[in-house]
Write a protein of this length. Structure first.
Ligand code: PEP
Ligand code: MN
Length: 350
């Protein structure tokens, strides 16, 4: 249930209203618009009398929540959530500027990571991606450098100023990863790992939540809700392709999910064209489609020598190809009413 107040409701009445609601067993969540206040009720609302609440002084209307997710819902909070990347410039995700995170699938060694980080930064990436803990289908494939990879990411961050996003797979590693990274990624395979979602819900780092291989949009939003319900409301959603009967591509990019998510939630939405298509030649067209459909950002795999990559080489762009993509993305961003500003030219948002 959502309670919408009249403009200028006195704070004392608002406090009394929240107390009334909380005495009946719900948690309240207040979000302030320019003049009205929206009070969301979370939990079991069966003891609430919507008619009685609507007659409170200063209450304009009482609206039932239409969706199973609440904190993530646009009904709860109309204004977009802006997620700080953690760089010195104060770049945020979720506003006019399209933010691009780029880097290797896996952190392989210091030299390749630094070469990639400097290269993607030069081409305008705002964030460095790279996996230290890797979820690999085969136990015989490269599993990532683990803790050593985290240290290399922190070094690359220090050398370039680029904030870092990296995956956490194990609830026991959450604090360790949060010490080294600016944003924690929950991979597609772990979207419904509820103990992991609960753990990242209590850290003070934004979470990049990737859509599960066969998850519906509602399931993705409910996974975000698990994180938010633990107190971490800085969640970025990522459409990375879903599994369908099509085999020509690694996954099927669900372009329609982008406007649906933008309608349903105030959380920023980014797209991963690398894992969606699974082939380097598909990255640019899928990135263009994502921007046209309203994505707030992209996460792209880049490797200095994709042929030598220890994971996902087929879908990784060379640094030159990434540069060319960034140059052509600017026009698509402009056509979509957005901007694509290099990280070194960003300004702090008030
Ligand atoms: C990745 O980002 O390298 C990754 C493993 O992604 P996903 O979880 O989307 O497969
Ligand atoms: Mn990958």
């Amino acid at each position: 249930m959502i309670v919408i107040t009249e403009a200028g409701i006195p704070q004392s009445i608002l406090d009394a209203l929240r107390e009334h609601l909380e005495e009946r067993g719900v948690r309240t969540h207040v979000s302030r618009g320019t003049d009205r206040v929206v009070v969301g009720c979370i939990g079991d609302t069966s003891q609430l009398d919507a008619g009685a609440v609507s007659r409170w002084p200063g209450v304009a209307s009482v609206v039932p929540v239409r969706t199973p997710y609440r904190l993530a819902s646009r009904e709860f909070r109309a204004a977009p959530t802006l997620v700080p990347l953690g760089d010195a410039a104060g770049t945020t995700l979720g506003e006019q500027r399209i933010v691009v995170a780029a880097g290797p699938c896996s952190v392989e060694n210091a030299a390749m990571l630094l070469e990639t980080a400097h290269g993607v930064r030069e081409h305008g990436a705002a964030m460095l991606r790279g996996g230290a803990f890797k979820p690999r289908t085969s136990p015989w494939a490269f599993q990532g450098l683990g803790v050593q990879g985290l240290a290399l990411l922190a070094d690359a961050r220090a050398a370039t100023g680029l904030p870092v996003v990296t995956e956490v797979m194990d609830p026991r590693h959450v604090d360790l990863v949060a010490e080294h990274a600016d944003m924690l990624q929950i991979g597609a395979r772990n979207m419904q790992n509820y103990p992991l979602l609960a753990e990242v819900g209590r850290v003070r780092r934004p979470i990049l939540l990737k859509r599960g291989l066969s998850a519906t949009i509602t399931e993705l939003l409910l996974a975000a809700e698990h994180i938010m319900a633990r107190g971490n409301e800085l969640v970025v959603l990522c459409e990375r392709g879903i599994r369908t009967y099509e085999t020509a591509t690694r996954n099927t990019l669900d372009v329609a999910a982008i406007p649906v998510l933008k309608r349903e939630t105030h959380l920023p939405v980014i797209v991963d064209p690398s894992h969606a298509g699974g082939r380097a030649d598909l990255v640019a067209p899928l990135a263009f489609a994502a921007i046209a459909a309203g994505a707030d950002g992209l996460i792209i795999e880049v490797h200095p020598r994709p042929g030598e990559a220890l994971s996902d080489g087929d879908q990784s762009l060379t640094l030159d190809a990434f540069g060319a993509l960034m140059r052509s993305l600017a026009g698509f961003a402009e056509a979509a009413g957005r901007t694509l500003v290099p990280a070194n030219r960003t300004t702090r948002v008030a």
